[in-house]
Design a binder for this molecule. Structure first.
Ligand code: NAD
Ligand code: SER
Length: 312
């Protein structure tokens, strides 16, 4: 059992709630401290209330728990961010600077900072978008992730801080609900399917986006964080791919298990965000450097999602 002490910021969210438990399995429950804005329930290890905008409070927790790694998951996602861009920018950037600064000042071993496919915009190649591509995002969320990736790279090059990052596609899991993104429909749709209810999709039927099953996302995150530092050639953020599908394709996959499932389409402001993102991304750098390989395709994910949601 490794004896790192790991603090997660934003641990109550869609990814953080699953990642916390996975890290507790690897590192021991007592060595993984989950934090979020509000008290976290049903914890198998320590948890604290933390507003990541408060750098002094973050530092107190780092000292209290002898933390040597931080996973910084707190962010305002793409769709919610567009409702109040300056608020989203402030949260996404101030929280990141607080994490990077406490990690630098207290010489922490590692920091994890997730980026997103939202770093890309319409000028980027739409299919198989390369690792090194023009980055002109159209959301405040995407702008904050481009800036964040570059600050991660800066802290690595300037201060030797071991910051690691993945550009997640849309993440889909049965364990938790999504927190205000453009890919949220691909989680919500399964909740409707298990209840045998028709689903109204906020994207057009033919909108192809990169997606990744939660089990793969969590495994990939831990594999990246455990990879030897000298294997990592990308210090901004690695492209990470799993699968690509459209709303009509995920509905067809669900119909293989739930034949009567019905979907209708009513695109809203999130359509423009989705249209600015790639349909698929090239993750060959992650595959080459640290052996990334997703396990779930669309049908395997659908079977697993429906199995778990039906048994709830
Ligand atoms: P989420 O919205 O579900 O969770 C974010 C958590 O951060 C929430 O629990 C929220 O309470 C917390 N938070 C917000 N402001 C905070 C603050 N000031 N201090 C402390 N906590 C605060 O997000 P998620 O989907 O779990 O995403 C986690 C990370 O992964 C984010 O950085 C996001 O940009 C990135 N990401 C997610 C996806 C996805 O599909 N879910 C895709 C790409 C990147
Ligand atoms: N799933 C996220 C979103 O839609 C992508 O970062 O915002």
């Amino acid at each position: 059992m490794k004896q790192d002490n790991i603090l997660l910021v934003g641990a109550g969210g869609q990814i953080g709630s699953v990642l916390t438990e996975a890290l507790r399995t690897v590192h021991g429950a007592d060595h993984v401290i989950a934090t979020d804005l509000r008290p976290l329930e049903n914890q198998s290890g320590p948890s604290e209330v933390l507003d990541a905008l408060n750098g002094a409070a973050l530092e107190e927790l780092v000292k209290k728990w002898r933390v040597n790694q931080i996973y910084h998951l707190a962010a305002i996602l793409s769709a919610t961010g567009e409702k109040d861009p300056m608020w989203a920018w402030n949260i996404n950037m101030t929280s990141l600077f607080n994490v990077l600064e406490v990690a630098r000042q207290r010489s922490l071993n590692k920091v994890y900072y997730p980026s997103s496919i939202a770093v890309f915009g319409r000028e980027a190649a739409h299919l198989n978008t390369p690792q090194y591509e023009v980055l002109i995002p159209e959301t405040v969320y995407g702008i904050s992730k481009v800036a964040g990736e570059n600050w991660a790279n800066y802290y690595y090059r300037r201060y030797g801080l071991d910051v690691r990052s993945l550009r997640y596609p849309g993440i889909i899991g049965y364990q938790s609900l999504p927190g205000g993104g453009t890919t949220d429909y691909a989680v919500d749709i399964y909740h409707y399917a298990v209840r045998n209810q028709p689903f109204e999709c906020f994207l057009r039927a033919d909108t192809a986006l990169p997606m990744l099953y939660m089990a793969d996302a969590i495994r990939g995150t831990i594999e990246l964080m455990e990879a030897p530092a000298n294997r990592l050639s990308v210090r901004t953020s690695y492209n990470l791919a799993g699968m690509t599908f459209t709303p009509e394709e995920i509905a067809a996959s669900i119909r293989k298990e739930v034949p009567d499932f019905k979907i209708s389409y009513k695109p809203d402001f999130r359509q423009a965000i989705a249209d600015s993102w790639p349909a698929s991304i090239d993750d060959s750098a992650a595959r080459h450097d640290w052996g990334w390989k997703p396990e779930y395709d669309l049908d395997a994910m659908t079977r697993d999602m429906l199995l778990h949601l039906s048994s709830d």
